[in-house]
Design a protein around this ligand. Sequence first.
Ligand SMILES: [Zn+2]
Length: 238
Amino acid sequence: MMIPGFTLPSQQGVTITLREATVSDLLDFADSEPAFEEKVTTLFLNRLQDKATFVDSKEWTVEDRRFALYWYWLHTTDDAEVAIKYACGHCGKTHTFLQDYRKIGDTYQSIKGLPERDIEIDGKRITVKPLNGGDAEILESMALSGDGRKEQAKRRIEHLSRVANIPVAEIIALTVKEFRALEASIKEALSDLQHGFEIDIDGTQTSFVLPPHTCPNNKEVQTRVRVLFRTYDFVPAL
Ligand SMILES: [Zn+2]
């Protein structure tokens, strides 16, 4: 079965169509290492794509890839309600509720203008682009080498290097002050490039930002619950 086509949130002119996975597909996906979620995402999206409109999902943005997995899941699941539990910052109690994932679409936005922004640092023009799938795979493999302060800092630098196309050697030669200024400018450009669902990208982890949930103990206050995006929650398994 073909899933209805969708437009890439980062590129309004590109429509992608996925087919439903077969048992044979799932047997092949089952070979992949669970820690490599980005790799599995690439494999899944490339394999199930209609060849007539194929675009390598390594070139899609991380947001496009999340959206595509959600889209697939939404059109193949029997139950779009997901149980959510969170510690309420307002009343201090734990709340549970069912989130209808069809409603996550309310936070969707397509990209404003081109999927890149130019910034100027010390008179030099730098083009910032959203992180793509190929970059995400590299950052993911770096994450497997550890999560100490040094590894985290290295990933942060690699991330900047990839989205702004600046060699790592140039970044590590900057003074701390210059580095902070560069990072702030890049982050600002990336936030202006926001597209797809509202998601938080923190290092190598992505979270959905759910629509506001009203505290049952105080109807005046709401919380935007963050739910870690796990590829395996959206990719079918046997
Ligand atoms: Zn509460």
